[in-house]
Write a protein that binds this ligand. Structure first.
Ligand code: TMP
Ligand code: ASP
Length: 253
């Protein structure tokens, strides 16, 4: 079969033309990057795990009525998704202080927040994805006030769902990032969850031990990233049968 046409290659995924209009094929690479790609490695098996985990979370969201771009998994590394117009914002929801919020505001990592806090970052690698306010978003036309209201509502539903799913397997959802896309149905537009939901885009801490089970393992050199993701997949019962052990990351720069 002829190879599909590559439309876009990002740091962790590739998008190919889909089999029908309005679809893409999303391929999960083994590449891991952090700090705007200053740190890079290839983690054997990461793409397979994230493909499965994103499928699991997107299907779960669909089952409670949260619309997503996911159509079906095609194979170990690829899934069929709906074509969307990505809103150029990363939507971060935080339940517990960590990462850049702790650094920026001096709130100790691990401090429970009184309510989920939503932040927006502009998707712009050249600028290092700066945090932006709703005022910036509206003034510069990245999204409308209605979009923002819909994005907040979607993000909170995703947070409630994911927090519950993770807690049921002994994992705290500290924070996560989603991307949201616009689809057109007749003359109406709708916002849906796009991109991926995986341990690359969440902070996940073991309830008992505090062990980190997300990309901070790579960012902070805390051990074997594939081991951590395998543990998440194992607990959720979505471990692919031929990914039984983690392989040491191979640092490529
Ligand atoms: P942060 O604390 O570094 O701002 O990250 C907040 C959450 O967003 C965390 O779960 C990791 C996720 N995230 C991404 O998915 N992509 C990114 O580029 C960054 C910076 C964070
Ligand atoms: N995904 C971003 C990067 O490569 C940052 C991160 O997740 O830490 O560079």
């Amino acid at each position: 079969m002829a190879r599909r046409k590559k439309l876009y290659e990002g740091k962790a995924k590739i998008l190919y033309e889909g089999p029908e209009p309005g679809t893409f094929v999303q391929y999960f690479k083994d590449d891991a990057t952090a700090f705007n790609a200053e740190k890079k490695a290839v983690i054997d098996g990461k793409g397979v795990l994230n493909n499965r985990l994103s499928e699991y979370f997107m299907n779960g969201l669909a089952s409670i009525g949260v619309p997503t771009h996911f159509i079906k998994r095609l194979n170990m590394r690829e899934q069929l998704i709906r074509q969307v117009e990505i809103i150029p914002l990363e939507v971060v929801v935080r339940n517990i202080a960590a990462g850049t919020m702790s650094k920026r505001l001096g709130i100790a990592e691990g401090t429970a927040l009184p309510r989920p806090i939503i932040e927006f970052y502009l998707k712009d690698d050249a600028l290092g994805d700066p945090i932006v306010t709703e005022e910036h978003i509206i003034a510069f036309g990245w999204a409308s006030q209605q979009d923002l209201d819909d994005m907040v509502a979607l993000a909170l539903r995703v947070n409630d769902f994911l927090s519950g799913v993770m807690l049921a397997v002994g994992i705290k959802l500290v924070d996560f990032k989603i991307e949201i896309g616009r689809i057109w149905e007749n003359d109406f537009q709708r916002l849906i969850v796009a991109d991926e939901i995986s341990p690359d885009s969440c902070r996940l801490w073991d309830v008992e031990t505090g062990r980190k089970l997300d990309k901070d393992v790579f960012r902070r050199d805390l051990g074997d990233l594939a081991d951590a993701y395998t543990e998440v997949a194992r607990r959720l019962g979505v471990l692919p049968s031929n990914v039984t052990h983690a392989v040491k990351p191979h640092v490529i720069n």
